[in-house]
Design a binder for this molecule. Sequence first.
Ligand code: GDP
Ligand code: MG
Length: 640
Amino acid sequence: MSEPFVSSVNDRIRPLLDAVDKLRQLQVMKEGIQLPTIVVVGDQSSGKSSVLESLAGISLPRGQGICTRVPLIMRLQHHFAPEPELSLEYSGKTVRTSEAEIAGAITLATEEIAGGGKGISNTPLTLVVKKKGVPDLTMVDLPGITRVPVHGQPENIYEQIAGIIMEYIRPEESIILNVLSATVDFTTCESIRMSQKVDKNGARTLAVVTKADKAPEGLLEKVTADDVNIGLGYVCVRNRIGDESYKEARKVEADLFETHPLLSRIDKSMVGIPVLAQKLVHIQATIIARCLPDIVRKINEKLAASSSELKRMPETLSTVGEALTAFMGIVGSAKESLNKIIVRGEYDEYPDDEKMHCAARLVDMLEHYSRELYKSFPGDLSMMTEIQVLKEAKKIELPNFLPHTAFLAILQKKIQKISHIPVVFVIDVWNYIDDVIMFVLMHRSENYHQLQQSNRRAGYNLMEKRKERSRNWVTEIVQMEKLTDYASDPAYLNDWKKLMAQQDEFMNALENNATEFQIEGLGVVSIKDLKAYDMPLLPQAFDLKMRMTAYWKIVLRRLVDLMALHLQFCARNLVNKEMEEEIVKELFGRNGGGGGAIEAMLEESPAVAAKREKLNGSIKILSESKKVLENIMDTNATNI
Ligand code: GDP
Ligand code: MG
């Protein structure tokens, strides 16, 4: 193996592969960016490690049971120096090694990563092989698939291994190198079952059939029948056995496929390690060229997203002065937001959240409230109540005089029936505003846990007080309407006069023994029972009814208008004055004037600190990745 397998392709692809390898080293995959990767899978003892050895010309740990216990990233690089250079990269260090020591070094590194037992780990180990004649290839060798745990392995070993394998082969950017032993029926292979889950038609699966020497019978038929859907084709190989040298092994393999009566019939484009190397290098070049533009785009996008997220994070505070400034900023911005939302009815801050379109929601609520109230208009049209009340209001006075007490008695009854509606409404409104205020306060102080708690208490106290005051106010208004009557509104007299113009007709209808009477603007009233009453009582009852009808309109309008004014006025005060007072009182007043929460703001909450650290980490990795890619774009622009 002294000549490079595929030198012409190498020269062009090498810088791109180096760039991808650098990205891999930077662990850009942790940032959710998939890299084009050749992933080696296979059932246990199918010969995975032997294939990699053959490609690299080195010895990997071999043995009974599980040997590959962590993902092994193998980076093969052709170099011209006669001496090979081998190194292992793991746990942030690079360890130089040699061909003689490589097996032991991998075992040591595996133990450091996955422990001394037989357990496995998802943390990869990178083996760099720089050697004259090796193809420029980067592959990942994964633990072999075992169904039954061997002694000392965890019970769920199969699930663990399957999980790691799936993670590596699922991305569209992965090429699956499926290692199959010629000695088994391919359809029973666990590794085939898995790769078919993520690559149904085998479009990105290449099969290597090992141990051709052990089972030559029917191999040609097996690889031509393609029962297991291998889109990228089959390569049959014979790996090094026992103490053979690599040179000897390649010679034996070449002779085998040249001279064996059965194996020699397999097409030469499908046999031998050199063919495998050539195919892999070609596939690798194709997939890298295809994926790079996307990778560049994703890195730029993620970098921009992380940077702007970091910018949105709160400043780290180091003095009480800074904390106080931040506190005032939070209160000020909450106040400004709430002014927009509640007072001015602007909703540019939350365009898609209907709950935050406060002005419109309040109008909805007010309209609903008004409809509830107006259900009581005009009410019962029969004049029985009026007659009853008038009879009881009799006193010694001039006849035909409409007693004020009768009017008030009816008013009281009517108010009593609707008195709960304004109270329920005002509490509903404050509950809603409570939600909005809390949401904004929590949102604004989200980076300061202590402040958030103190603001939550302040918000609660503020709203409890507000509700209590409004409940008292509304109760008083209702009480006022109930016990007194007054209307300066000329609409009252106008309405009453219009209604009273029908009084004569009403009396005529009674005299003519009509059973019904249509009161213009109100509806039809049954009058057949009214004849039983004294004549002077009836026009009085009619008058009383008409007065009440005209007045009730005024009352309802007043209950709506007053409530609208009250809410606007109180909401404005709440947002501009009371909220701030309550927040400051909560922070400085209660805990003996300590302002403890201000000092607590200096300590960043662990969640925020962790987030900041994570973002900084991402930004570092992504910007380094970006630099790597910019370098190859400059020098190698035509290749992408
Ligand atoms: P892995 O568990 O998939 O990594 O398999 P290994 O590479 O450790 O190989 C399992 C066994 O099969 C070892 O004893 C190898 O020597 C043997 N083996 C691998 N490839 C061949 C081959 O092409 N021919 C023969 N005869 N034996 C092979
Ligand atoms: Mg192995």
